[in-house]
Ligand binder design. Sequence first.
Ligand code: BG6
Length: 315
Amino acid sequence: MAASGSERVAVEKCKGINGLDKVVLREPRGSTAEVYLYGAHVTSWKNDHGEELLFVSSKAMFKPPKAIRGGIPVCFPQFGSHGSLEQHGFARNRFWSIDTDPPPFPTNSKSFIDLILKPSEEDMQKWPHSYEFRLRVALGTGGDLMLTSRIRNTNADGKPFTFTFAYHTYFSVSDISEVRVEGLETLDYLDNLQNKERSTEQGDALTFESEVDKIYLGTPTKIAILDHEKKRTFVLRKDGLPDAVVWNPWDKKAKTMADFGDDEYKHMLCVEAAVVGKPITLKPGEEWKGRLELSAVPSSYCSGQLDPQKVLQNS
Ligand code: BG6
């Protein structure tokens, strides 16, 4: 498990805030990621200059049963309020375990951790299904962050189950009013601020000047977030995750959130690879896989255009 010549360890298990168990991933060029077992929650992803790429609120509580505000919460078995369960389901506020013997799954990296969640008896009362949810978090050699979820129906009663899902990623941005999102133009979306009404997005890249809470349906496998001020572009690549949620609470909603600073909305944007429009149904023995890969590349943002060469070089 030791990395390169130095003493740096590729995978280190240690204690985080409030004594919660966490795992630190390191890759030889200096990128790091941190994952809390509470929620299987990625709370940090840094590039090889040590710059934090994810947003975590300064008011995040790291106190079960509250989910951690920021990073990458995992929403399962329900996204948002699209069902009868608690908001965003319960996976984000359960204690996951390290999966010491996961079924084979190739990853081109030494720096990864496998986590697993199975339902408790209490969970079964709320959602009467048996499952194994395996999450692998891996840091690629170029510093890319890769999350792969494998969810298997292990019901012994022969019953299928249905779920929705999201990697609720909070990206750190310099100034929300300088940010553009490319890849969601002209798509249909459900607007959470308009009773989930369906509308169609305009032809331009998304920019932000007020609260947004939209579920874009049938999105491309690649979405880019351009941070003009930071000269950084986040590229999301996803597989098995057709939808994308875009959320920023803006000032008024921010003030109603106890675990979020009043002005922090300026420095974050959630773009969440998700399955919401057409929920997944699994029969016993069936498995679903959803994969998200995040890269942060220097962007060449000229006259409003994403330079495709720069993105391609890193694809
Ligand atoms: C987004 C939802 O994914 O998460 C929003 O679309 C919600 O409606 C936001 O407000 C934050 O949710 P929570 O439960 O973490 O406060």
